[in-house]
Design a protein around this ligand. Structure first.
Ligand code: NAD
Length: 253
């Protein structure tokens, strides 16, 4: 077992499922204390219970990233019980409905941006003051390959993930002098409940994604978590303002 996260307090949003859950379990294996938030409380409680059974110290609570109060309360409680946040994985996000740009629902567009962009900013804002005070901290925001390329059919999602990459770069420049690093994780397609949901809506999607990817398959959430943990560790000590593709070579084609 690596021990890069011993004596480290880690925040994960969207920790009940998929990539966030995999990050929480991988960080726990490396010794992290965990502050976990999600809106899906039953699955979050299950994950927290399993992590505690494996010996991890965990604080978990319902935390909707569209709510500043939820985020502040989770960070405050978690920091009080486990110590200030050393590494924050601002991971929660939603795909939203597919659609064309010209007929997309304004309510849906606004909803996706509020969760994916403003929610990521709210998460960053909730952890930065203490990080700045301690001159220590690492933030990893889950963007997407869709933050760097613009496939048709998911206009709000693509716009939101480009905005997350922009937010990461701007924040990284803002806090570099305070000793804090900020990076974006950019997976393409990952085998999570999010992908299961779209695969049901679009027959044949899963197979075509496997074929389009040079490595011949979509990613597992565990391998995406390993890249996230690298960004969140001192092994990436000279990397900041970066958008790390974890895409099996898709964007390089
Ligand atoms: P997922 O649906 O399995 O998990 C997302 C989690 O976020 C869920 O537990 C959900 O309850 C939670 N969540 C949703 N809205 C929330 C909110 N307002 N506040 C707090 N929690 C909320 O999805 P995933 O695939 O693990 O996605 C995690 C991140 O990875 C997202 O930001 C997503 O955009 C990004 N991503 C996913 C893929 C993929 O193919 N799965 C690819 C690239 C990027």
């Amino acid at each position: 077992m690596d021990d890069r996260y011993i004596d480290t307090t880690v925040l994960v949003t969207g920790a009940a499922s998929g990539i966030g859950r995999a990050i929480a379990f991988a960080a726990a294996r490396e010794g992290a204390r965990l502050i976990l938030g999600d809106i899906t409380v039953d699955r979050l409680a299950d994950a927290a219970e399993e992590l505690r059974a494996r010996g991890a110290q965990v604080v978990h609570a319902r935390c909707d990233i569209t709510s500043t109060a939820d985020l502040e309360s989770l960070v405050q409680r978690g920091s009080h019980e486990l110590g200030p946040v050393d590494v924050a994985f601002a991971n929660a996000g939603v795909l939203g409905s597919p659609g064309d740009v010209w007929s997309y629902s304004e309510d849906e567009f606004t909803r996706i941006l509020d969760i994916n962009v403003t929610g990521t900013w709210r998460t960053v804002r909730a952890v930065l003051p203490a990080m700045i005070e301690r001159r220590r901290g690492i933030i990893v925001a889950t963007a997407s390959a869709a933050g760097l390329i613009g496939p048709a059919g998911l206009p709000a999602y693509v716009a939101s993930k480009h905005a997350v990459v922009g937010l990461v770069k701007s924040t990284a420049m803002n806090v570099a002098a305070h000793g804090i690093r900020v990076n974006a994780l950019c997976p393409h397609m990952v085998d999570t409940p999010m992908l299961d949901k779209v695969s049901h809506e679009i027959p044949g999607l899963r197979e075509s994604l496997d074929q389009q990817t040079p490595l011949g398959r979509v990613a597992t959430s565990e391998e995406v978590a390993r890249s996230a943990l690298w960004l969140g560790s001192d092994e990436s000590s000279f990397v900041t303002g970066h958008a790390l593709l974890v895409d099996g070579g898709l964007v390089a084609q």
